[in-house]
Design a protein around this ligand. Sequence first.
Ligand code: NAD
Length: 327
Amino acid sequence: MKQEDAVLRIEELRKDLDKWNTAYNDADQPLVEDHIFDKAYAELVALEAAYPELVTPDSITQRVGGAISTGFTKVTHDSPMLSLGNAFNKEDLEAFDKRIRKLTELPIEYMCELKIDGLAVSLKYENGRFVQGATRGDGRIGEEITANLNTVKSIPRRLAQPLTIEVRGECYMPKTSFAELNRVREENGHEVFANPRNAAAGSLRQLDTKVVAERNLSTFLYSVADLGSLSATTQSGALDELDRLGLTTNHERRICQNVAEIWEFVQEFQEKRPHLDYEIDGIVIKVNSLQAQQEIGYTVKAPRWAIAYKFPAEEAETVVNEIEWTI
Ligand code: NAD
């Protein structure tokens, strides 16, 4: 493609992606399916890689999330809450593995986790007491939603130890709660939510905590903002420590030594996906050693030591059918 054509195409892609991103993140009303967004995003990434001089700081490839809702107090995150790079096939995972092994000489194994399709949240505990909850927002500044998260039963008010710690994870709406919520909304003539992710995001931004409490949200925690606050040396060890503290982690996780083992895990959960009571949109693969993670580092938008494998679009349709069928 000639540079002048690339300029025009980049402009077009950014315009579409910004519009879709605003509808998805700020209004919780997606205009297109994720795979359409992901395809356009991948095209923009490829064009920006071919013409690095056309990358601008305001490009969607250089920033996280959406705008901050004005109804909530703003919270500045102690360390940024980032996004994840994407993989769509086994070749992308092989390329990721190759990159990792070039970036560090430390021995590498991976932690594979389910990619929960909800909303990223941060939970702060002081001396073991839950004191603040926030959304990811634009990655640097989030919305303070402590009162809403206080209604979520899976979030402990007190940890098993008096630690001062910030944990991060995903707040989601179980499929059964989503189906029931939409049934009641339909009965009452209210607009139904497009999917559990949008329902969870819409619920967390409610200003009335009573409504949030009725929404039956849940959480899976998967990281700690400052790893120094735990004694773990691996991601798997950190998850085990979160469990011991009384925080809910997802137990469908596995240490994998290579891409073949990662691929087995991916396929296993592609099959199990319709039978889980929460939506997942892929698998997150993380370098297990925390020392290796530090060595490998970050881009402006995501850790270099992790990648999100996204399930193919037709799987999403299978899940929708399955939910309808099981209700
Ligand atoms: P992402 O959803 O691809 O990945 C990052 C997020 O994954 C993290 O912030 C975290 O919240 C979540 N996550 C879930 N389980 C995790 C785990 N076990 N470990 C670590 N993180 C985990 O990236 P994003 O920046 O949040 O959103 C971009 C994606 O959102 C796009 O790829 C697209 O699929 C979707 N999107 C869709 C539209 C649309 O119009 N349909 C618009 C914008 C974005």
